[in-house]
Design a protein around this ligand. Structure first.
Ligand code: BGC
Ligand code: NOJ
Length: 840
């Protein structure tokens, strides 16, 4: 579907990649109609997962039914157990087994038994996953989802006998309970093997470890079918020295029916069915989390009060209710996806913009960097810089939740304007172990608030009174929080009057004050005796410039007239300093280290050029008027662009440098040391769009676009429907291989790049800007955007095949002066025609 190649040099790289991309093994395809990704074989290169739940109860589910679930906090409230780094990968947690009377048994989701199936298919959709399989003429379909607003997951199982003869079929369910605190669960066995407690009542298995003391929550595992038996002890279920692939109970077809004490509590139901030829049968399993009021915990000494939860269980075991809940979920997502939708000549853009990219943005918003198949859910709370950036891809969908999150973030800001690097999602308090001192952190708050204001026009958020460091009595309006955020940088300038870097800036691994020679020390928090008073970041200078400009616009729109010029002048002064001390001749410098030595300079042997300052400085407008931006981006293309995306730095560091820290701990081509760190690529796309070079912007977009990389899944290896944090760079032996999928700022920034800068439809304080920068071969495209209470149907035509330049805009038939669409707020639809070209 992609348009014909032009003669522009940069497209050549993409095209040669496209050729290399053919012939790879296929693991599935996009179904654009149903908005699903359909996986056609279970043995994907890595588990290809999905997320269920949209707020409090969240679950991961892999293409073979693996993963785990938790309530709000994956560390403190983990419902089922998960073993990272397990062999074979991704087993345990939850499972289903089917067994015929001759003893043959299998998993309808392939894992954990891994018996070869006659047919297999997994469809990941927004908020649900459906796995279908066939073995011995038994068609099985399992749909997993979390109903909106509920704290439970539904497994809806349909079994169909396609044989000519009746079948005696047994079904065994399995969940392995985590003893709530996931870290304790994997470390403190001398205690944990004694604490496990359960109850079984009417076929429902209740997990109540620690309920007797300080917890008021429990989990339950219910089933719509009368149970023939049950198991609660993992050891009894599996049998000695056996794995999940061959449990004794399933092999023998006989449950143990006892309630265990201590060791490893599980929940397993045994169900016996007889299916006539062509008969189908449906079973619903519910795994849920419930809380009781402190004074109503028990119905009898030691016995959980189940009155509330029984009602919920009854409701969702009803197939009609489960159907309605799934339907409601579909509507919910369709509604969110329809806020910004696009029809372009490129199928990859369409499916990423209309479904998968905003979908990933909701996941990163919910989870920050806490729980994925790469993030263990243990150590990383809600990141300050991460979440403020995640918000950029989320605000247009659920602005009320975004507002709440912004207030939570601001409440963890420190009185000096700095910020805790992370906060705990349960207590919403800053994480003291990691602390603050990541000197870019506060600036991101200015950007997220600016984006919120532009989207909603809700300036009342600026007057919201919010504490500092969660301390009552310190309340100040959000506007003050933003001022302090900017002041934080101004109070911390180094020898060139560029911002001091602190522990690190956006690049967590450029640790210029760390000097760690002891294994195991955290590069992020260890600080040598430097006191951090010399190492400076050009990246923060660019970020500050951008934030100060946003602040000036905020001041203007919110009646803080005095601040308008002040912040503009601060932005100008910082930009000036970047020009003077942050320019290396052909690109922007990265930093000055503790000794005042340049980093990211032609004077360096390794790490001569970095991507981050090129992107952020140009986004801040630095060098746009004097040719330096063009030069910097040409240098990016020359030194950093590869067929698999733009790498972070070149040349990669080949050894450990005490004065640089973690960046040089990674082997060349991985992570912050010269991988394609995907988060940064959209900054270059945006910068190219600012300069009007639509072919390049789009070419960069395609290089890392998951959907466009689908044909090389055997190289890329991660899910082709969502972004991964990194793609191994050209210095790595595994060039092109993605890692750390799902929880990455890449999601938000790519959505911003494609929707706001390439397609060019972006919210501003006083309207909706339309200013596309597209490949010139495109003849046009269409965007439908709901914005501040009206729907804009925008048709862009490009008859003279330019990349950028709005020649004329008409709104509802009338010619508009400029490219800012007015705010209608009238609940109506407005037809916008945009003609690209050069003005006469
Ligand atoms: C990773 C970074 C991450 C940092 C903080 C490092 O090991 O390479 O990407 O930001 O840890 O957790
Ligand atoms: C991942 C972290 O979550 C993010 O905060 C950081 O900016 C990048 N790594 C780069 O180091």
């Amino acid at each position: 579907m992609r348009n014909k190649a032009t003669n522009s040099g940069e497209l050549r790289m993409y095209n040669s990649l496209k050729q290399n991309r053919s012939g790879g093994k296929s693991y599935g395809h996009f179904d654009d109609e149903t908005k699903e990704y359909v996986i056609s074989r279970p043995d994907t290169p890595t588990p290809w997962i999905n997320y269920l739940g949209e707020k409090d109860y969240l679950a991961m589910i892999s293409n073979t039914g693996g993963g785990y679930s938790f309530y709000r906090d994956p560390r403190q409230r983990r419902v089922i157990r998960y073993r990272y780094n397990a062999v074979p990968a991704d087993n345990g947690g939850r499972a289903l087994y089917l067994r015929l009377s001759d003893g043959d048994f299998w998993s309808p989701t392939w894992q954990p038994v891994r018996k070869e199936l006659q047919a297999y298919e997994c469809c990941h959709g927004a908020g649900y996953t459906r796995i279908r399989s066939v073995h011995r003429g038994v068609e099985a379909e399992v749909t997993y989802f979390v109903p909106l607003g509920q704290t439970l997951e539904v497994w809806r199982v349909t079994l169909h006998n396609t044989n000519d003869a009746p079948l005696e079929l047994q079904v065994f369910s399995l969940v392995e309970f985590c003893l709530w605190n996931a870290l304790d669960d994997m470390t403190n066995f001398q205690r944990n093997y004694n604490t496990g407690e359960l109850e079984v009542e009417d076929g429902v298995i209740y997990h109540k470890t620690e309920y007797r003391e300080r917890r008021n929550h429990f989990a339950y595992f219910a089933c719509s079918e009368p149970v023939a038996g049950f198991d609660t002890s993992r050891d009894a279920f599996l049998g000695p020295y056996r794995g999940f692939d061959c449990p004794l109970v399933v092999q023998e077809g006989k449950s143990n029916n006892f309630v265990t004490h201590g060791w490893a509590p599980i929940g397993s139901h045994q169900i016996k069915l007889t299916l006539a030829p062509d008969e189908s049968h449906e079973i619903i399993f519910l795994l849920g989390y419930a809380e009781n009021q402190q004074d109503k915990k028990f119905s009898a000494p030691g016995v959980i009060n189940k009155s509330n939860v029984k009602r919920t269980i009854r409701q969702y075991l009803d197939p009609a209710k489960a159907d309605a809940a799934l339907e409601a979920l579909r509507k919910y997502w369709d509604e969110l996806f329809s806020i910004y939708s696009a029809q372009t000549p490129d199928k990859h853009v369409n499916r990423m913009v209309n479904v998968w990219n905003p979908y990933q943005c909701t996941v990163t918003f919910n989870l920050s960097r806490s729980a994925s198949f790469y993030e263990s859910g243990i150590s990383r709370g809600i990141g300050f810089r991460d979440t403020n950036q995640d918000l950029l891809g989320y605000i247009h969908m659920l602005p009320a939740r975004a507002r709440e999150r912004i207030l939570d973030l601001a409440a963890t800001q420190l009185p000096n304007g700095g910020a805790y690097h992370q906060y705990d999602p349960l207590t919403k308090r800053g994480n003291a172990d990691v602390g603050g001192g990541f000197n870019d952190d506060p600036q991101w708050l200015v950007l997220s608030v600016a984006a919120y204001l532009k989207e909603t026009g809700d300036y009342s958020i600026l007057d919201e009174s919010v504490v500092y460091d969660n301390k009552p009595g310190t309340e100040q309006p959000i506007y003050d929080h933003l001022k302090r955020a900017l002041q934080y940088t101004l109070d911390r300038l180094g020898p060139h009057r560029l911002p001091l870097i602190g522990h690190a800036d956006w690049n967590d691994c450029l640790n210029l004050n760390c000097f760690s020679a002891t294994p195991g020390e955290s590069f992020q928090t260890h600080m040598d005796t430097t006191a951090g008073t010399t190492a400076e970041s050009v990246f923060i200078a660019g970020l500050f410039t951008l934030a100060a400009k946003e602040m000036s616009a905020i001041a203007e729109c919110s009646g803080h007239q005095d601040d308008v010029a002040y912040y503009l002048s601060q932005a100008d002064q910082m930009a000036q300093r970047v020009m003077e001390h942050g320019w290396d001749g052909e690109w922007f410098l990265r930093a000055y280290d503790h000794f005042g030595t340049k980093i990211g300079s032609k004077e360096c042997n390794e790490g001569r050029i970095f991507i981050e300052p090129q992107g952020i400085c140009i986004m801040a407008g630095i060098g746009v008027d004097n040719g330096r931006a063009v030069q910097a981006l040409d240098s990016v293309q020359k030194h950093l662009a590869t067929e698999h995306g733009i790498v972070l730095n070149q040349p990669a560091y080949t050894r450990y440098y005490l004065n640089l820290g973690e960046i040089s701990s990674y082997p060349p081509g991985y992570k912050e040391n010269a991988s394609v760190f995907c988060h940064t690529n959209p900054w270059i796309m945006i910068s190219e769009a600012i300069l009007g070079r639509g072919d390049r912007a789009f070419d960069y977009y395609m290089r890392i676009c998951p959907s466009a990389r689908e044909p090389i899944s055997n190289i890329h290896r991660c899910e082709p429907y969502i972004y991964a944090q990194t793609i191994a760079g050209r210095d790595a032996p595994t060039f092109g291989e993605a890692k750390n999928s799902w929880l990455t700022g890449t999601a938000a920034w790519n959505l911003v790049a494609i929707t706001q800068w390439i397609l060019g439809v972006r919210a501003d304080h006083d309207g909706l800007i339309v200013d596309p920068c597209i490949p010139k071969e495109w003849s046009g495209f269409k965007v439908t955007r709901r914005f501040r209470g009206a729907t804009y149907v925008i048709e862009v035509k490009n008859p003279s095949h330019v990349c950028k330049g709005v020649k004329q805009v008409t709104v509802d038939g009338k010619i508009l002066d400029g490219k800012l669409l007015p705010i209608f707020g009238d609940n109506k639809m407005h037809q916008v025609s945009v003609l690209l070209g050069t003005k006469a």
